[in-house]
Design a protein around this ligand. Sequence first.
Ligand code: MUC
Ligand code: MG
Length: 377
Amino acid sequence: MSTNEHRIDSVEVLLLDVPTIRPHQLSMATMRTQNIVLVRIRCSDGITGWGEASTIGGLAYGEESPESMRANIETYMVPILVGADAASPGARMLALRSRLQGNRFALCAIETALFDAQARRLGVPLSALFGGRVRDSLPVAWTLASGDTARDVEEAERMLDLRRHNVFKLKIGKRSVRSDVAHVAAIKRTLGERASVRVDVNQAWGEADAVLGMRLLHDAGADLLEQPIAAANIEGMRRLRDMNLVPVMADEALHGPVDAFRLAERRAADVFAVKITQSGGLTGAQEVAAIARAADVALYGGTMLEGAVGTIASAQLFATFPALAWGTELFGPLLLTEEILTTPLEYRDFALRLPTGPGLGIELDDDKLAFLRRKDR
Ligand code: MUC
Ligand code: MG
Protein backbone atom coordinates (compact mmCIF):
# COMPACT_ATOMS: atom_id res chain seq x y z
CA MET A 1 0.00 0.00 0.00
CA SER A 2 1.47 3.41 -0.88
CA THR A 3 1.54 6.03 1.82
CA ASN A 4 -0.99 8.06 -0.18
CA GLU A 5 -3.60 5.47 0.62
CA HIS A 6 -3.57 6.35 4.28
CA ARG A 7 -2.63 9.99 4.66
CA ILE A 8 -3.97 12.31 7.33
CA ASP A 9 -6.97 14.24 5.94
CA SER A 10 -7.94 16.29 9.01
CA VAL A 11 -7.12 16.87 12.66
CA GLU A 12 -9.91 18.41 14.75
CA VAL A 13 -10.06 19.49 18.38
CA LEU A 14 -13.38 19.17 20.24
CA LEU A 15 -13.88 20.74 23.68
CA LEU A 16 -16.66 19.12 25.71
CA ASP A 17 -17.90 20.65 28.97
CA VAL A 18 -19.26 17.85 31.13
CA PRO A 19 -20.61 18.41 34.67
CA THR A 20 -19.22 16.22 37.46
CA ILE A 21 -21.53 14.13 39.68
CA ARG A 22 -20.48 16.26 42.70
CA PRO A 23 -17.91 18.98 43.35
CA HIS A 24 -14.45 17.37 43.27
CA GLN A 25 -12.21 19.21 45.71
CA LEU A 26 -8.43 19.16 45.26
CA SER A 27 -5.91 21.34 47.09
CA MET A 28 -5.52 23.64 44.05
CA ALA A 29 -9.02 23.61 42.47
CA THR A 30 -12.59 22.47 42.97
CA MET A 31 -14.01 20.91 39.80
CA ARG A 32 -17.70 21.11 38.99
CA THR A 33 -17.21 20.51 35.28
CA GLN A 34 -14.56 18.58 33.39
CA ASN A 35 -13.40 20.26 30.18
CA ILE A 36 -12.65 17.32 27.96
CA VAL A 37 -10.21 17.91 25.11
CA LEU A 38 -10.63 15.41 22.27
CA VAL A 39 -8.62 15.10 19.08
CA ARG A 40 -10.13 13.37 16.06
CA ILE A 41 -7.83 12.40 13.18
CA ARG A 42 -9.52 11.38 9.94
CA CYS A 43 -7.48 9.47 7.37
CA SER A 44 -7.87 9.01 3.63
CA ASP A 45 -8.49 5.24 4.02
CA GLY A 46 -11.68 6.00 5.96
CA ILE A 47 -10.13 5.28 9.37
CA THR A 48 -10.67 7.69 12.28
CA GLY A 49 -8.52 7.83 15.40
CA TRP A 50 -9.33 9.50 18.74
CA GLY A 51 -7.13 10.94 21.47
CA GLU A 52 -7.67 12.99 24.64
CA ALA A 53 -5.71 15.65 26.50
CA SER A 54 -7.93 16.67 29.40
CA THR A 55 -6.38 18.46 32.37
CA ILE A 56 -7.67 19.57 35.77
CA GLY A 57 -9.02 23.02 36.63
CA GLY A 58 -7.92 25.02 33.56
CA LEU A 59 -4.35 26.08 34.37
CA ALA A 60 -4.51 24.99 38.03
CA TYR A 61 -2.69 21.68 37.50
CA GLY A 62 -0.43 22.03 34.47
CA GLU A 63 0.80 24.65 32.04
CA GLU A 64 -1.58 23.69 29.22
CA SER A 65 -5.25 24.72 29.35
CA PRO A 66 -7.99 23.23 27.15
CA GLU A 67 -8.11 26.49 25.21
CA SER A 68 -4.34 26.75 24.75
CA MET A 69 -4.22 23.13 23.58
CA ARG A 70 -6.87 23.80 20.96
CA ALA A 71 -5.03 26.92 19.73
CA ASN A 72 -1.62 25.22 19.66
CA ILE A 73 -2.87 22.11 17.90
CA GLU A 74 -4.83 24.06 15.29
CA THR A 75 -2.15 26.68 14.65
CA TYR A 76 1.10 24.72 14.88
CA MET A 77 0.44 20.98 14.72
CA VAL A 78 -2.28 20.57 12.10
CA PRO A 79 -0.10 22.01 9.29
CA ILE A 80 2.69 19.53 10.15
CA LEU A 81 0.27 16.58 10.16
CA VAL A 82 -2.23 17.07 7.34
CA GLY A 83 -1.24 15.25 4.16
CA ALA A 84 1.42 13.14 5.91
CA ASP A 85 1.44 9.33 6.20
CA ALA A 86 -1.03 8.24 8.89
CA ALA A 87 0.42 4.75 9.18
CA SER A 88 3.71 5.89 10.78
CA PRO A 89 2.80 7.36 14.20
CA GLY A 90 6.47 7.37 15.26
CA ALA A 91 7.52 9.46 12.25
CA ARG A 92 4.62 11.89 12.78
CA MET A 93 5.52 12.40 16.44
CA LEU A 94 9.19 12.88 15.57
CA ALA A 95 8.20 15.55 13.04
CA LEU A 96 6.14 17.35 15.70
CA ARG A 97 8.69 17.04 18.50
CA SER A 98 11.57 18.24 16.34
CA ARG A 99 9.66 21.45 15.52
CA LEU A 100 7.79 22.20 18.76
CA GLN A 101 8.75 22.65 22.42
CA GLY A 102 6.66 21.34 25.31
CA ASN A 103 2.90 20.74 24.87
CA ARG A 104 2.96 17.30 26.46
CA PHE A 105 -0.81 17.00 26.84
CA ALA A 106 -1.61 18.12 23.31
CA LEU A 107 1.03 15.76 21.91
CA CYS A 108 -0.44 12.91 23.97
CA ALA A 109 -3.85 13.44 22.36
CA ILE A 110 -2.35 13.44 18.87
CA GLU A 111 -0.15 10.41 19.50
CA THR A 112 -3.11 8.50 20.94
CA ALA A 113 -5.27 9.32 17.91
CA LEU A 114 -2.50 8.23 15.53
CA PHE A 115 -2.02 4.92 17.36
CA ASP A 116 -5.78 4.36 17.65
CA ALA A 117 -6.11 4.82 13.88
CA GLN A 118 -3.13 2.59 13.14
CA ALA A 119 -4.33 -0.19 15.45
CA ARG A 120 -7.80 -0.03 13.82
CA ARG A 121 -6.11 -0.19 10.42
CA LEU A 122 -4.26 -3.34 11.49
CA GLY A 123 -7.36 -4.75 13.21
CA VAL A 124 -5.66 -5.11 16.63
CA PRO A 125 -6.23 -3.56 20.07
CA LEU A 126 -4.01 -0.55 20.73
CA SER A 127 -2.23 -2.54 23.47
CA ALA A 128 -0.86 -4.86 20.76
CA LEU A 129 1.25 -1.97 19.41
CA PHE A 130 2.85 -1.57 22.85
CA GLY A 131 3.90 -5.17 23.40
CA GLY A 132 0.52 -6.77 24.08
CA ARG A 133 -1.54 -7.26 27.22
CA VAL A 134 -0.40 -9.13 30.27
CA ARG A 135 -3.82 -8.59 31.95
CA ASP A 136 -7.40 -8.03 30.77
CA SER A 137 -8.59 -5.91 33.70
CA LEU A 138 -7.10 -3.25 35.92
CA PRO A 139 -7.84 -2.56 39.60
CA VAL A 140 -9.35 0.94 39.94
CA ALA A 141 -9.19 3.25 42.96
CA TRP A 142 -11.81 5.94 43.64
CA THR A 143 -11.03 9.44 44.88
CA LEU A 144 -12.97 10.73 47.87
CA ALA A 145 -12.93 14.50 47.46
CA SER A 146 -16.31 15.88 48.45
CA GLY A 147 -14.65 18.02 51.14
CA ASP A 148 -16.86 16.45 53.85
CA THR A 149 -15.84 13.45 56.01
CA ALA A 150 -19.35 12.01 56.54
CA ARG A 151 -20.16 12.30 52.84
CA ASP A 152 -16.83 10.66 51.91
CA VAL A 153 -17.51 7.74 54.27
CA GLU A 154 -20.99 7.27 52.83
CA GLU A 155 -19.55 7.37 49.30
CA ALA A 156 -16.85 4.80 50.18
CA GLU A 157 -19.42 2.45 51.75
CA ARG A 158 -21.53 2.70 48.58
CA MET A 159 -18.53 1.85 46.40
CA LEU A 160 -17.70 -1.17 48.58
CA ASP A 161 -21.32 -2.37 48.45
CA LEU A 162 -21.32 -2.05 44.66
CA ARG A 163 -17.98 -3.91 44.53
CA ARG A 164 -16.76 -1.03 42.34
CA HIS A 165 -13.79 0.19 44.43
CA ASN A 166 -11.97 -0.92 47.56
CA VAL A 167 -9.04 1.47 47.25
CA PHE A 168 -9.69 5.11 48.14
CA LYS A 169 -7.50 8.10 47.49
CA LEU A 170 -8.28 11.10 49.70
CA LYS A 171 -7.51 14.56 48.44
CA ILE A 172 -5.97 16.62 51.24
CA GLY A 173 -3.80 19.73 51.60
CA LYS A 174 -6.45 22.44 51.84
CA ARG A 175 -6.68 22.51 55.64
CA SER A 176 -4.07 22.28 58.41
CA VAL A 177 -2.02 19.07 58.48
CA ARG A 178 -3.64 17.95 61.73
CA SER A 179 -7.22 18.49 60.57
CA ASP A 180 -6.50 16.87 57.20
CA VAL A 181 -5.03 13.80 58.87
CA ALA A 182 -7.94 13.68 61.35
CA HIS A 183 -10.20 13.41 58.27
CA VAL A 184 -8.05 10.56 56.88
CA ALA A 185 -7.96 8.76 60.25
CA ALA A 186 -11.77 8.98 60.63
CA ILE A 187 -12.29 7.41 57.19
CA LYS A 188 -9.69 4.69 57.75
CA ARG A 189 -11.19 3.87 61.19
CA THR A 190 -14.59 3.29 59.62
CA LEU A 191 -13.37 1.31 56.61
CA GLY A 192 -10.69 -0.67 58.46
CA GLU A 193 -9.20 -3.61 56.59
CA ARG A 194 -12.02 -3.55 54.02
CA ALA A 195 -10.19 -0.85 52.05
CA SER A 196 -6.83 0.70 51.29
CA VAL A 197 -6.76 4.41 52.16
CA ARG A 198 -4.22 6.63 50.42
CA VAL A 199 -3.74 10.40 50.22
CA ASP A 200 -2.81 12.94 47.55
CA VAL A 201 -1.59 16.33 48.77
CA ASN A 202 -1.03 17.77 45.28
CA GLN A 203 2.14 19.65 46.41
CA ALA A 204 0.29 21.65 49.08
CA TRP A 205 2.68 21.00 52.00
CA GLY A 206 6.03 22.52 52.82
CA GLU A 207 8.66 19.98 53.83
CA ALA A 208 8.19 20.56 57.58
CA ASP A 209 4.43 20.03 57.20
CA ALA A 210 5.16 16.87 55.25
CA VAL A 211 7.44 15.46 57.97
CA LEU A 212 4.63 15.93 60.51
CA GLY A 213 2.03 14.70 58.02
CA MET A 214 4.03 11.57 57.25
CA ARG A 215 4.21 10.62 60.97
CA LEU A 216 0.51 11.27 61.53
CA LEU A 217 -0.52 9.45 58.34
CA HIS A 218 1.51 6.42 59.37
CA ASP A 219 -0.38 6.32 62.69
CA ALA A 220 -3.69 6.84 60.85
CA GLY A 221 -3.07 3.74 58.69
CA ALA A 222 -2.62 5.47 55.31
CA ASP A 223 -0.97 3.20 52.74
CA LEU A 224 0.48 5.75 50.30
CA LEU A 225 1.46 9.45 50.28
CA GLU A 226 1.23 11.10 46.85
CA GLN A 227 3.15 14.24 45.90
CA PRO A 228 3.19 15.84 49.37
CA ILE A 229 5.55 18.69 48.46
CA ALA A 230 6.48 20.87 45.48
CA ALA A 231 7.29 18.93 42.33
CA ALA A 232 10.68 20.65 42.09
CA ASN A 233 11.78 19.56 45.60
CA ILE A 234 13.26 16.21 44.66
CA GLU A 235 15.73 16.16 47.55
CA GLY A 236 12.80 16.80 49.91
CA MET A 237 10.97 13.82 48.41
CA ARG A 238 14.05 11.71 49.00
CA ARG A 239 14.27 12.85 52.64
CA LEU A 240 10.59 11.99 53.16
CA ARG A 241 11.10 8.60 51.57
CA ASP A 242 14.06 7.99 53.85
CA MET A 243 11.73 8.37 56.87
CA ASN A 244 10.41 4.97 55.80
CA LEU A 245 6.94 5.41 57.31
CA VAL A 246 4.49 5.63 54.37
CA PRO A 247 5.54 4.90 50.75
CA VAL A 248 5.98 8.11 48.75
CA MET A 249 4.55 8.45 45.23
CA ALA A 250 5.68 11.03 42.65
CA ASP A 251 2.95 12.56 40.49
CA GLU A 252 3.40 16.22 39.49
CA ALA A 253 7.21 15.69 39.72
CA LEU A 254 7.01 13.21 36.84
CA HIS A 255 6.84 14.77 33.38
CA GLY A 256 8.09 11.87 31.33
CA PRO A 257 11.27 9.77 31.07
CA VAL A 258 13.80 12.51 31.91
CA ASP A 259 12.10 13.19 35.26
CA ALA A 260 11.65 9.47 35.83
CA PHE A 261 15.37 8.96 35.38
CA ARG A 262 16.22 11.80 37.79
CA LEU A 263 13.73 10.64 40.45
CA ALA A 264 14.93 7.06 40.17
CA GLU A 265 18.57 8.09 40.34
CA ARG A 266 17.94 10.15 43.50
CA ARG A 267 15.76 7.38 45.02
CA ALA A 268 13.16 10.13 45.57
CA ALA A 269 10.02 7.98 45.24
CA ASP A 270 8.86 4.48 46.06
CA VAL A 271 6.13 4.63 43.42
CA PHE A 272 5.61 6.49 40.12
CA ALA A 273 2.12 7.64 39.13
CA VAL A 274 2.41 7.12 35.37
CA LYS A 275 0.10 9.35 33.33
CA ILE A 276 0.01 9.32 29.57
CA THR A 277 -0.67 13.08 29.34
CA GLN A 278 2.01 14.07 31.85
CA SER A 279 4.46 11.80 30.01
CA GLY A 280 3.73 13.47 26.65
CA GLY A 281 1.93 10.39 25.32
CA LEU A 282 1.76 6.62 25.34
CA THR A 283 5.37 6.17 24.22
CA GLY A 284 6.68 8.53 26.91
CA ALA A 285 4.60 6.72 29.54
CA GLN A 286 5.96 3.39 28.37
CA GLU A 287 9.48 4.79 28.76
CA VAL A 288 8.67 5.99 32.29
CA ALA A 289 7.50 2.47 33.13
CA ALA A 290 10.69 0.97 31.70
CA ILE A 291 12.84 3.27 33.86
CA ALA A 292 10.76 2.39 36.93
CA ARG A 293 11.21 -1.28 36.23
CA ALA A 294 14.96 -0.96 35.78
CA ALA A 295 15.27 1.05 38.99
CA ASP A 296 12.91 -1.11 41.08
CA VAL A 297 10.37 1.71 41.51
CA ALA A 298 6.78 0.46 41.78
CA LEU A 299 4.06 1.64 39.37
CA TYR A 300 0.61 3.14 39.68
CA GLY A 301 -1.61 3.96 36.71
CA GLY A 302 -2.59 7.60 37.18
CA THR A 303 -5.28 9.80 35.64
CA MET A 304 -5.90 13.45 34.83
CA LEU A 305 -9.61 12.65 35.27
CA GLU A 306 -9.92 12.11 31.57
CA GLY A 307 -13.17 10.95 30.02
CA ALA A 308 -13.57 7.63 28.25
CA VAL A 309 -11.00 8.18 25.48
CA GLY A 310 -8.03 9.09 27.70
CA THR A 311 -9.09 6.54 30.28
CA ILE A 312 -9.16 3.63 27.88
CA ALA A 313 -5.99 4.80 26.11
CA SER A 314 -4.25 4.71 29.51
CA ALA A 315 -5.78 1.30 30.24
CA GLN A 316 -4.55 -0.10 26.91
CA LEU A 317 -0.99 0.86 27.87
CA PHE A 318 -1.16 -0.04 31.58
CA ALA A 319 -2.44 -3.50 30.63
CA THR A 320 0.96 -4.13 29.00
CA PHE A 321 3.05 -3.30 32.12
CA PRO A 322 4.61 -6.47 33.53
CA ALA A 323 4.07 -5.15 37.08
CA LEU A 324 1.51 -2.63 38.35
CA ALA A 325 1.83 -3.07 42.10
CA TRP A 326 -0.42 -0.18 43.15
CA GLY A 327 -3.19 -0.63 40.56
CA THR A 328 -4.78 2.34 38.81
CA GLU A 329 -7.17 5.22 39.34
CA LEU A 330 -8.81 5.09 35.92
CA PHE A 331 -12.24 6.15 37.16
CA GLY A 332 -12.54 9.46 35.24
CA PRO A 333 -15.72 8.63 33.26
CA LEU A 334 -17.48 7.64 36.51
CA LEU A 335 -17.06 11.18 37.84
CA LEU A 336 -19.04 12.60 34.90
CA THR A 337 -22.80 13.02 34.53
CA GLU A 338 -22.81 12.21 30.80
CA GLU A 339 -21.88 9.07 28.87
CA ILE A 340 -20.11 9.79 25.56
CA LEU A 341 -19.72 6.17 24.38
CA THR A 342 -22.27 4.03 22.57
CA THR A 343 -21.32 1.22 24.99
CA PRO A 344 -20.06 2.39 28.40
CA LEU A 345 -16.78 1.12 29.85
CA GLU A 346 -17.20 -1.90 32.06
CA TYR A 347 -16.36 -1.47 35.76
CA ARG A 348 -17.02 -4.44 38.01
CA ASP A 349 -15.42 -6.43 40.82
CA PHE A 350 -13.18 -3.47 41.70
CA ALA A 351 -11.69 -3.38 38.19
CA LEU A 352 -11.99 -1.88 34.72
CA ARG A 353 -12.35 -4.57 32.04
CA LEU A 354 -10.42 -3.89 28.84
CA PRO A 355 -12.39 -3.92 25.59
CA THR A 356 -11.25 -6.43 22.99
CA GLY A 357 -12.02 -4.54 19.75
CA PRO A 358 -9.47 -2.86 17.48
CA GLY A 359 -7.75 0.40 18.43
CA LEU A 360 -9.01 1.90 21.66
CA GLY A 361 -11.90 -0.56 21.47
CA ILE A 362 -14.61 2.07 22.02
CA GLU A 363 -17.13 3.94 19.84
CA LEU A 364 -18.12 7.54 20.51
CA ASP A 365 -21.75 8.63 20.44
CA ASP A 366 -22.00 11.41 17.80
CA ASP A 367 -25.23 12.86 19.21
CA LYS A 368 -23.69 13.19 22.66
CA LEU A 369 -20.60 14.84 21.20
CA ALA A 370 -22.78 17.34 19.34
CA PHE A 371 -24.77 18.06 22.52
CA LEU A 372 -21.75 18.49 24.83
CA ARG A 373 -19.43 20.23 22.42
CA ARG A 374 -18.53 23.80 23.40
CA LYS A 375 -20.34 26.13 21.03
CA ASP A 376 -18.04 29.13 21.15
CA ARG A 377 -17.59 29.37 17.42
C1 MUC B 1 -3.98 13.76 40.70
O1 MUC B 1 -3.33 14.65 41.19
O2 MUC B 1 -3.63 12.62 40.93
C2 MUC B 1 -6.32 11.92 40.03
C3 MUC B 1 -7.41 11.52 40.74
C4 MUC B 1 -8.05 12.66 41.19
O3 MUC B 1 -9.06 12.74 41.87
O4 MUC B 1 -7.36 13.75 40.79
C5 MUC B 1 -6.36 13.34 39.91
C6 MUC B 1 -5.14 14.12 39.83
MG1 MG C 1 -1.91 13.23 42.12
